[in-house]
Design a protein around this ligand. Structure first.
Ligand SMILES: Nc1ncnc2c1ncn2[C@@H]1O[C@H](COP(=O)(O)OP(=O)(O)OP(=O)(O)O)[C@@H](O)[C@H]1O
Ligand SMILES: Nc1ncnc2c1ncn2[C@@H]1O[C@H](COP(=O)(O)OP(=O)(O)OP(=O)(O)O)[C@@H](O)[C@H]1O
Length: 541
């Protein structure tokens, strides 16, 4: 259904092709997962299927890509729209209408479907993606995850034969991600839809894939095989595979269920060894004995338009603490971070950060107290090269020249100075935003979805940097749907639901009390309370 024949893509001005010599066949009715490190060229390959590469991105494509027999170089994306539905990494860039319902209907209108069919599919999709309450909402007022749901819904309604999805669950809460993936699987199984999907969070998707195509590193040839074959050799793998490799399980389990079956002797071995680490020993090491309050909210309420986005939030964050805010899409996580950094004014209650009231403090003073990496890193970037961004960041933070660039290279090697931030891959752009805010190293560091688009290696380097900062007394508050990150890094998790805090406590307690938020290792080794592969590895050493 999708065929790559000796495909190379070279972006304008780039010294080498970004991908080259690609041969790949995705048969009809299969779900193929495209995996590989950040910046390796996954989006580039997906773009070549939908026709966005090179028609919109520039550059040259050599070789041939066909979808349902149509050559994507000679057919404009518009001429492929009846067969291919695409969800890109930045849904906002692709919305064509203003409201949720219009957006869901838009793709069908051009196909000439009858109004009753269109109506039925819109209703189905609203239910399927939990969007019914939002149907009349302007898209611009939706949370990040709500927007991603609309983007997915709008490509499903026309029932295309081929779906090309670039990290479709990156902004979704764990339950929503599961729902979306099972819908996709149903389309593949029941309707013979063909899906090509790039995704970093393999723990979410690997079990749904028929085949995996792996780009191991820039310039290396594609490795294609069954999920088990590819995971046995892949540099990127989910925790279940990490645990399986550590324990020497053969065959390598890809699901929690299969791993539980294999885990009997590991569980016995671990119970003899030692108890799982207590909370004080987890995450960023010892918390300072003299922790002081860095930020506090009291009975905080925030209205956004007609929505009560936050209600009665009373929360304290102390030095050295790493706190994850988790909860369903639209629960109020980003709103809380924005309020802490003064971008949003409370409607009721109080908020203080470093002794000041954020929305009444000048940016110059605030920057010394608190910094935010926003959900959309582009909001932070304004220069036209990576080097200029880094120089500006050093200057703003009065840091030694080269600080920001050093952080960037530590987090994700291979980002060229001269690149325009617009041309970076999603993971590269997020890393740049992280490096800029880490350069200022404010006492309170706020991160909104800090692992979207990041590969496992970049993620663990980020974890190491954040641990050091926490050990130095910085406090870190992150909104995240990444249960593995929360398990690896945080001391404490607060769960928001519908604008309120419904649970707040030590990470192991909170994440193991709900299957939605439990990391894979916790599920595999329950009732023992291990959360991560690295904890298990240490205990066995
Ligand atoms: N329009 C463009 N112009 C120039 N270079 C580009 C352009 N788009 C992407 N690149 C470069 O091509 C490389 C591959 O980017 P791509 O977005 O395909 O990676 P990716 O594997 O999808 O990464 P991620 O996992 O971070 O989304 C990156 O080094 C990026 O900087
Ligand atoms: N500008 C706005 N106008 C009106 N309502 C808004 C606006 N921005 C956000 N909202 C609503 O406020 C609520 C909280 O949104 P917020 O972005 O804080 O959620 P979130 O927990 O960060 O979600 P996600 O996990 O999807 O990022 C949602 O119902 C959202 O639709």
């Amino acid at each position: 259904m999708i065929r790559f024949e000796n495909v190379s893509v070279t972006y304008d001005g780039a010294p080498h092709p970004t991908v080259h010599g690609i041969h790949l066949h995705v048969p009809e009715g299969e779900l193929m997962l495209l995996a590989g490190p950040s910046g390796v060229g996954k989006s580039t390959l997906l773009g070549a299927v939908s026709g966005l590469v090179p028609h919109f991105t520039g550059g040259t494509l050599a070789g041939r890509v066909t979808v349902a027999g149509r050559d994507t170089r000679t057919h404009k994306p518009r001429e492929l729209a009846d067969v291919v539905g695409t969800v890109g990494q930045d849904p906002l860039a692709h919305f064509v209408t203003d409201t949720v319902e219009d957006e869901l209907a838009y793709g069908m209108e051009s196909l000439g479907l009858t109004p009753p069919v269109m109506r039925r599919r819109v209703e189905e999709t609203l239910d399927l993606l939990g969007l019914a309450d939002l149907r009349d909402r302007p898209i611009s007022t939706l949370s990040g995850g709500q927007q991603q749901r609309v983007a997915i819904g709008s490509v499903l309604t026309p029932h295309p034969r081929v779906l090309v999805l670039d990290e479709p669950t990156s902004a979704l809460d764990p339950a929503a991600a599961e729902e979306v993936l099972s819908v996709l699987q149903r389309l593949v199984h029941d309707l013979g839809t063909t899906v090509l999907m790039a995704e970093h969070r393999l723990e979410r998707v690997i079990q749904y894939a028929d085949q995996v195509a792996l780009l191991p590193s820039p310039g290396e040839p594609l490795v294609v095989g069954t999920p088990a074959e590819v995971m046995a050799v892949s540099p990127v793998y989910p925790p279940v595979v990490g645990l399986g490799r550590l324990a020497g399980w053969d065959p390598l389990p890809l699901t929690v269920r299969n791993a539980r079956r294999a885990a009997g002797s590991l569980r016995a071995q671990l119970s003899e060894k030692t108890a799982p680490p207590a909370i004080e020993a987890r995450g960023p090491g010892q918390r300072p004995a003299t922790a002081t309050t860095l930020a506090a909210t009291k009975n905080l309420g925030v209205r956004r338009g007609r929505i009560e986005a936050l209600r009665h939030i009373t929360l304290t964050v102390t030095t050295g603490e790493v706190l994850a805010l988790m909860g369903r899409n639209g629960a109020g996580k980003s709103t809380l971070l924005s309020t802490l950094v003064g971008l949003i004014k409370p409607t009721s209650g109080t908020v203080t950060v470093g002794g000041a009231t954020p929305h009444k403090t000048t940016p110059r003073d605030l920057i010394r107290k608190v910094g935010l990496v926003p959900q959309e890193p582009r909001d932070l970037l304004c220069a036209d090269t990576v080097a200029a961004e880094c120089t500006a960041a050093d200057k703003d933070a009065a840091a030694a020249p080269g600080t920001c660039r050093g952080l960037l290279t530590d987090l994700l090697p291979g980002i060229a100075d001269a690149t325009h931030p617009r041309d970076l891959s999603e993971g590269q752009r997020l890393t740049l935003a992280l490096a800029i805010v880490l350069t200022a190293a404010p006492p309170l560091l706020l991160l909104d979805e800090p692992t979207r688009g990041l590969d496992y290696a970049a993620k663990s380097r980020l974890v190491a940097i954040l641990r050091n900062l926490a050990a130095e007394g910085h406090a870190i508050v992150m909104a995240t749907h990444d249960v593995e990150l929360a398990a690896e890094l945080t001391h404490r998790v607060a769960i928001l639901a519908d604008g309120e805090i419904v649970a707040d406590g030590p990470t192991p307690d909170i994440v193991t009390s709900s299957p939605s938020f439990a990391p894979q290792v916790a599920k595999i080794l329950a009732p023992q309370r291990w959360l991560t592969v690295s904890e298990v590895e240490k205990a066995l050493a």
